[in-house]
Write a protein that binds this ligand. Structure first.
Ligand code: ADP
Ligand code: TRP
Length: 331
């Protein structure tokens, strides 16, 4: 029996290369050796996105994104969270085992409260219960499929720990292994990818390089990367510049060594280095962009694929609910 790898990605629009290297690419790599279950966390996105048209477009975009990045739907269970009602049943059951204090300490909620306090607003202003209980739904996503590993970016560490806490609370209460305790797999090699302005690349900062921006747009974004004011002739340190940080993600070892030595030698301006960066980024992203555009042109095809995935996934989810209900005395 293969081990199970599971991850979810929110449908919050325009996936960027931080999402690609931090989450999508490592997850697709794991799918080669694990039994993979990858899904679109559309109910999680509902906490933020209240515009129906936007959410439905985002859902298809994120689906097309995974497929364009190489997810093989014949080899991976690929579905929408919203198509698996068992996830929400489990989420409700898990609520009974989740301390309210644990939710008070969750990063996203704490950050919202802190921002409100700084503004002098009511601490809970703009916080909906979906945001507050976000980690419980995420725990349900993971536990409903008996996952072994959960590939995610570093910022999800706390969510993984909360999921483990909740699962352990259930097991301890019933003195049996209702749930396996899954582990997070956090790509240490990639770490946290910075954005165009040097802060963490994130949709919320608008500092990302979207994976599927048209070629012209991509070029413009790369030209916008912040550099210091060193002149063309000055020797430059590749290890402290953002251009080289991005270059390492896309270039071969030989290309990296060549660019590093040209920068160190002096005589290469930031503009030229950015052109070279654009070349390698576009080399990797353009075949994906083409595939993405083809997939997006057939929304019915995407929907069908996701529906098939859900159909295969539901019996697995239903067995886990039965196991928990039996343990809980609710049959
Ligand atoms: P964002 O911060 O842009 O809203 P999400 O929260 O939707 O991104 O993250 C989706 C996945 O991509 C998560 O697994 C997350 O850890 C990963 N991820 C997001 N930003 C980065 C980044 N800058 N570097 C590495 N991984 C990232
Ligand atoms: N919270 C994750 C993020 O923002 C998305 C997510 C939802 C998820 N459910 C999940 C990730 C289950 C892994 C497993 O990126």
């Amino acid at each position: 029996m293969k081990k199970i790898s599971l991850t979810g990605i929110q449908a919050t629009g325009d996936p960027h290369i931080g999402n690609y290297f931090g989450a999508i690419k490592p997850a697709i790599e794991l799918a080669k050796t694990y039994d993979a279950r990858y899904f679109i966390a559309d109910y999680h996105s509902l906490n933020k996105i209240k515009d129906a048209k936007q959410l439905s477009a985002n859902i298809r975009e994120v689906a097309a994104c995974w497929l364009a990045a190489g997810l093989d739907p014949h080899n991976t269970l690929f579905y929408r969270q919203s198509s698996i009602p068992e996830v929400f049943e489990l989420s409700t059951m898990l609520m009974a085992f989740t301390a309210k204090g644990l939710m008070n300490r969750a990063h996203a909620y704490k950050a919202a409260v802190q921002a409100n306090n700084e503004k002098g607003s009511d601490p809970d202003a703009g916080v909906n219960m979906g945001l507050y209980t976000y980690p419980i739904l995420m725990a349900a996503d993971i536990l409903i499929f008996d996952s072994d590993v959960v590939p995610v970016g570093k910022d999800q560490t706390q969510h993984i720990e909360i999921m483990q806490d909740i699962a352990q609370a259930v097991n301890a209460n019933y003195k049996q292994q209702v749930f396996k305790i899954p582990e997070g797999v956090i790509s240490a090699e990639v770490g946290e990818i910075p954005g165009l302005d040097g802060r963490k690349m994130s949709k919320s900062y608008g500092n990302g390089i979207p994976i599927f921006s048209p070629e012209k747009e991509l070029r413009k974004l790369i030209m916008r990367i912040v550099t210091n004011s060193q002149g063309v002739d000055e020797p430059k340190d590749p290890d402290t510049c953002l251009i080289f940080t991005f270059y390492k993600l896309f270039a071969t070892k030989e290309e990296q060594a060549a660019l590093a030595s040209r920068l160190r030698a002096g005589g290469m301006g930031w503009g030229e280095a950015k052109e070279e960066l654009f070349r390698v980024v576009n080399r990797e992203l353009s075949p994906m962009r083409e595939k993405f555009n083809t997939l997006m042109a057939d929304p019915a095809g995407l929907d069908k694929l996701l529906a098939q995935g859900a159909e295969e996934a539901r019996p697995i989810a239903s067995a886990v609910i039965k196991r928990f209900r039996r343990a809980a005395g609710i049959e």
